[in-house]
Design a protein around this ligand. Sequence first.
Ligand SMILES: Cc1ncc(COP(=O)(O)O)c(C=O)c1O
Length: 414
Amino acid sequence: MIVGAKMNLMPITNRPTVSVANRVSHFSYAIRNIVDEAKNVEARGLRVRYMNVGDPVAYGFQSPPHLIEAVERALRDGYNGYAPSAGVIQARDAVAEDYTKRGMAVTADRVLITTGTSEGIELVLTALVDEGDEVLVPVPTYPLYTAVIAKLGAGAKYYRTDPNQDWMPDLDHLRSLITPRTRVLVVVDPNNPTGAVYPTHIRRALIDIAEEYGLVIVADEVYSEVAHDGPVPLLGTLDNDAPIISLSSLSKAYLAPGWRTGWMVVGSNSRLDNVLVAMKRLADARLCSPGPMQHAVVAALQGDQSHLDEFRSALTERARLTIECLSAIPAMSCVPPRAAFYAMPSLALPPGRTDEDFVLNLLRETGILCVYGSGFGMAPEAGCFRVVFLASPQELTMTYNDIAAFTEHYLEKA
Ligand SMILES: Cc1ncc(COP(=O)(O)O)c(C=O)c1O
């Protein structure tokens, strides 16, 4: 007793710092991590122009009113308790119907409602990948994949996508990375951060490779409705029997990223049954994704979708403007994005400079916040950075003019 009492008197400053798990050192998410530096810039009094996060609502796009009404109604109708772990049946039915209508036939028991695509990524990789297993991930990559793989103690194997081929996957490179420990092929199509949309022969080849090596495809299809020329078919429509688990959400096409509501659809072939059972077990342990928002899934997939045409045409205009302005900058090149709201330009950097150096200097001098390509797994000397082109055309024009002036100055100084 007395000893314990003495220990409690120990001055707080003498207590050792609590250590954190090693896995955190492998976990980073540049898209948000870079905001710390933006806050420093703001503290100096410079306005920061945030071009780092793919959130349409932050740029003035509005969630469709009938989705908001569906959530309001659910709240008022008393759907405020825990939802079933796999999601409310109305939402699961709506997703199954939507996929079936679009050509990937599934039943509602193969649908899970998740806390955004992000939770789908975590659930599917946790269910499939043991420590030491390997996952094929495109590079540049959406960084959550790398972060989750690191957390699981698995290995990310990056297959190249090639800016000289419109950011198409390099299939030979992909094949060369496959080992007996490879379990999963991640396909992000349409792609963040490149805005690429893969043609049918590439998609077909990805399925064939997965079949040849016994891999499961995690198809991240969160941008399939916001391809600029109209919705992209789901990967599973090419082969309903392929080992595909498709992920999507309300975040992008349905303009409600803050609701954290998404879904995962497990292809109907019975060889995926164990994976479905495993994911349901994992889902049970986290109780459920937010209940009231799940009611908006029905409204989104079965109600009025006219906002999609408007959104796509706004994106098409901004993509055109982005290419026009960025391609006019000497030493800069950019593949035209064909989907979503991202472009990945690259700057021919002076020797010894990195993408992070360019992006941080751009931020500190102009307040423009982009994300460096190495945050997406690109080589730092490749000079890539990602822009989010959701701001108004006027704001974008000013921003691109400022990027042009800064770049000229940055290259001259080097
Ligand atoms: C390719 C990709 N997958 C998943 C996500 C996460 O989306 P959600 O908001 O549905 O979790 C994003 C978000 O930017 C993304 O770009």
